[in-house]
Design a protein around this ligand. Structure first.
Ligand SMILES: [Zn+2]
Length: 465
């Protein structure tokens, strides 16, 4: 059996040697004797911690975003910057091919429709995704290419007074995908390597896909990470591909199109009947209240979770705690979007945004995630944001929600099958999904960064090698 000896690492605050064998942590001790046949890695006193888990990410969209142009804050904030970014992207693409923009927000240049886009770039099909992920804006060439002019309009296609498509599509991704020219598949394996370099050894893909085929694409993409997949209600009782975890059923409570209480409760019941918990997307108070009412009707199953929990009034914290609902939060949004929240959200509600410390203090299990591509797929940036709650401009949002850095890291160390549960630790018998850091933990956490990751181990094997 191959084994590997890590010399002089910091485990739980103490210097130790650690032996990995058979995919697990075999021994943790003072001075372990090296077997002549085993590989020895000198840890130089750096911390050895469990691999990080991103409890809510969209793998396909994150990989695809790497081939898209960013058209929203902080990179693009003004109409001029938008025109510039489109012009540069246009110049880099072959004639006639599609241009895909992501991360748009109306604070840049108002609501984008076909006319606004045609004024900027009429010469090739252009599609721009709103940073919520729920909306695409298409220019005229793109509208014609997918058949929005003349053909039957899909649900979610906005029209003007004359009945013509405005180029704005809401939650019509499946319809759109079928009409786009074939694209080279997103580089999922490359994303897996990038996540590994940041110390991520496990992820939950929270995309409400509707086809088993979409689960299979992820399962077979060659990612080194452990995968838990969700899928939408259509896949509640589907067989999942081998080698991946069957996570909760993802239910989206969309603010622009709220489901009825009965429909939401029925979807929760259906998931529970299929022996699965639910992960309910709630980014507003209305959505949260509706979801809680639906849970009241359908009952709560262990593992049921609230995705985002963007707005939680203090009065609802005991309700969440009592029902044992986990909140899967994204502290990174404070850093990346906090300045926008400070402008858009009334000051009296600022304290309700992306709560962390108050949820934990109130007994609500909390897990960490990035929701990439909607924030950077870097949990260390999220750890930093959970610690300092600073926006891009340096203002503090929700000072009372700050966590000590080690507690912030813990949000990403909870098990994939129990987000918000007991953080994992390095001890004999646990899977050797580990991260070796360049310095002791306290030093790394003084300024959290993925740069501190020296080596990531998957089942005892160092990566990259
Ligand atoms: Zn998401």
């Amino acid at each position: 059996m191959t084994s590997l000896l890590l010399r002089d690492v910091e485990v739980g605050g103490r210097r130790a040697d650690v032996r990995l064998a058979g995919g697990t942590v075999r021994e943790v001790g003072g001075k372990l004797r090296a077997d002549p046949r085993e590989e020895v890695v000198d840890g130089r006193g750096g911390a050895l911690i469990p691999g990080l888990h991103d409890h809510h990410i969209h793998l396909m969209a994150t990989a695809a975003a790497e081939r898209s142009v960013r058209l929203g804050p902080p990179e693009v904030s003004t109409p001029r910057e938008l025109a510039e970014a489109l012009r540069r992207a246009d110049a880099a693409l072959p004639p006639g091919s599609w241009l895909r923009g992501v991360g748009y927000h109306e604070s840049v240049a108002g609501d984008l429709d076909r006319e606004a886009l045609d004024a900027l770039l009429p010469g090739r099909p252009v599609r721009v995704q709103h940073r919520s992920g729920a909306q695409w804006s298409l220019n005229g060439a793109a509208c014609r290419a997918v058949g929005l002019d003349g053909g039957p309009l899909p649900e979610g296609a906005e029209t003007d007074a004359a009945g013509r498509a405005t180029g704005r599509l809401f939650r019509a991704d499946a319809w759109l995908r079928e009409r786009l020219p074939p694209q080279p598949p997103p580089d999922l394996a490359g994303l897996g390597r990038r996540l590994a370099r940041a110390g991520v050894t496990g992820v939950t893909d929270a995309t409400p896909v509707e086809r088993v085929e979409d689960l299979r694409l992820l399962a077979e993409a060659g990612l080194p990470q452990r995968l838990v997949l969700t899928g939408g209600p259509a896949l509640a009782s589907a067989n999942f591909p081998e080698g991946v975890g069957r996570g909760p059923v993802k239910l989206v409570v969309a603010d622009h199109e709220l489901p009825s209480l009965d429909a939401l409760a029925a979807a929760i019941e259906a998931a529970h009947l299929a022996s699965r918990p639910v992960a309910v997307h709630c980014v507003s108070l209305v959505a949260l209240v509706l979801a809680l009412a639906a849970w009241e009707q359908a009952g709560v199953r262990p593992g049921d979770r609230i995705e985002h929990g963007s707005v939680v009034p203090a009065g609802l914290i005991p309700v969440l705690a009592e029902r044992r609902l986990t909140v899967v939060t994204q502290p990174g949004f404070i850093a990346e979007r906090g300045d926008r929240y400070l402008l858009d959200v009334p000051p009296e509600d600022h304290g309700d945004l992306y709560r962390c410390a108050s949820l934990l203090a109130g007994g609500v299990p909390v897990a960490g995630s990035t929701d990439a591509p909607y924030s950077a797929p870097d949990p260390w940036r999220a750890v930093r944001a959970a610690t300092d709650r600073r926006t891009a401009s340096g203002r503090v949002l929700g000072a009372g929600e700050r966590l000590p850095a080690d507690r912030a890291l813990d949000l990403f160390l909870t098990p994939l099958d129990s987000p918000g549960g007991k953080p994992r630790s390095v001890r004999p018998g646990v899977p050797a999904d580990l991260v070796l850091l360049a310095a002791p933990l306290e030093e790394v956490l003084a300024s959290p960064s993925a740069d501190a990751v020296t080596l990531t181990f998957f089942a005892g094997a160092p990566f990259p090698r």
